[in-house]
Design a protein around this ligand. Sequence first.
Ligand code: MG
Ligand code: MN
Length: 707
Amino acid sequence: MIYRKFFLLNAYTTKRITMMKSTKNYQTIPTFKMTSCLVIASLTLVGCNNDNDSDTFATPTTPKVATNTSLNFSILETSDLHNNVLSYDYYKLAEDKSLGLERTATLINNARSESANNVLFDNGDTIQGSALGDYQAQINPVKCDETLGIYKVMNALKFDAGTIGNHEFNYGLNYLNQVTGSQFNVDGITASPSACQGPNFPLVLSNVYSTRNKQPLFKPYTIITKTFTATTPDGKTVSVPLHIGVIGFTTPGIMQWDKKWLDGKVYTQGAKEMAEKYVPEMRANGADVVVALSHGGIDNSPYSPTMENASYYLSQVAGIDAILMGHTHQVFPDAKSTDTRFNATGVDKVNGFINNVPAVMPSFWGKGLGVIKLNLTFDGQKWVVNKPNTKVEVRTIQNADKSFVAVDPQVGQLINAEHQATINYVKTPIGSADFDMTSYFADVGDVSAIQVVNQAQAKYISDYIQANLPQYKAIPVLSVSAPFKSGFAGGNDYTDVKRGNIAINNAADLYLYPNTVQAVKVKGSVIKAWLETAAKRFNTIDPTLTTPQALISTFPGYNFDMFTDPNIHYEIDVTKPVGSRIINLTYQGKPIDDNSDFIIATNNYRASGGGGFPGLDGSNVIYASPDANRDVLINYIKSVKNLSLSNNGSSRSWQFAKVRTAGAVTFKSAANKIAIAQTAGLTNISVLNNDDGSNKGLADYAIDLSK
Ligand code: MG
Ligand code: MN
């Protein structure tokens, strides 16, 4: 009991290990563990049969295992669940079968029915990323004696261990301390006599340290003991204990992304350095195999202790038998991936190995389950991993025929109260608008659904720069966004937020994609090229043609980036070929200087090269924020409260260059929406056919480019 309490109240320290090692008598450790368990059981009827209870370390016993005994076991991984427990989109208030732990649970159940020899680990970015996560953290915070919803579900699914992603820090250290049942020894957290309710599986993290006591914030590693079935050389099935060491790593970027919570309180260490420090210790403390939970992807650019995706370098640390990856939301192995980092020397993207170490990344939001099937042989002294017999795969909740696996019904039952409360929350007004915010006529100049997004992004980036990036303070900040919903799927595929109260879920209509905000520093010449690329949205119009000409090309609406800022103005001359359509581009009334610097707020997709915009390849990103554009938008609307057409929905930075055409210039939008064009001041729009015959709710409109 005393030992038990001691371990619960104290974060793991290397001192303890030293103490244990100094006994030079490993056999005593499991004895006292067992004794303490018996005492607890007899006094409180608390079971002590949890073989994940690894506050004490396993002993390097020499099990009586015959040489050449063979053992297969499956390591199962979830990563980047982002609090997507159910297959539900809280922004659209609709089921979304393409995500959710309730379906990953079915993959877990299936994998376990294939092999009872299994362990299940979570790789972090677990508690944040859905409205459910926000609700439990910020709106109606989970209480000290309650288990966070997703951890309740993970307890029921019997996770064996987990690590901490960067997003675990998003709600601050106090919240993380509470919901993980920790006792952080950091400035700003008052020591309490007992920890709050955390998950009932261990969370490990080796590379975030408390500034106050220079000790790891979480246990850097744990060793769990499983009893697995193995096969002796003469074909008998035997039960053997296997001691599985689990060590966690997160992205050092937390120090920037969550600076407001972490500055001065914690610091990070390099993943490689921590692996080199702790893996030998894990081995010395009895780990038969070592699994690295690496909340990072693959990057073979030169190593640094602050690099974001360190899995490649973890694969080069001796003693790591398997790497579970995450953070970059990718699938690995993936033979078809075009990611150049997956073609790095030593990376086998077909079979799932990095420098011959099995490695897996299971997508995100519960879309997939990582599976590493390790094959071990006992060589008389130790268990040895047989690489050729080790199989790595990602199983997805979407079947080959595009259907989805069924849900595990226990998950919905466990989370129902939190789910219903979250639905009520997202329906709560966060502000109001005195105008309809729609994208029906965004292609021809209506900015009612775009300006507020740009305002939110620009404010977010300029606030961040003022606070954290003083070297950029003098550079103007602008923002671009695009009509994400522009009729591709028919008349319902437009943003349409009605005037009146705006609720959280409306933010999804205004910002369709789960992108994150990024800022790039570019020259005026790049802005010109950016707009020229965006103007590919339009066909080249021949003013002499008397037959109707379609204005809109096949270039996607989501790539039609535009400014909505009174400081910047430009015209698009659609009679000119692609590349020479942007004219009269001015900043603060003067022609934009090709060599002047600007900072543009956009999203991770565009900044990293999405859409093929010249000069945007990720190299000029000055800030890759961890925050979703949609969350930034929600916070902006909350802060402004009452949006008005004059302040937030009518600042047009661009117009078509005036040109008289002999024939009609046409475009499609939803039927019966002409009044919206008129409200937006687009008096040069008329209806040609209120039904375009496509049976998709679309109409043909005409625009008079001479007006
Ligand atoms: Mg992450
Ligand atoms: Mn993530």
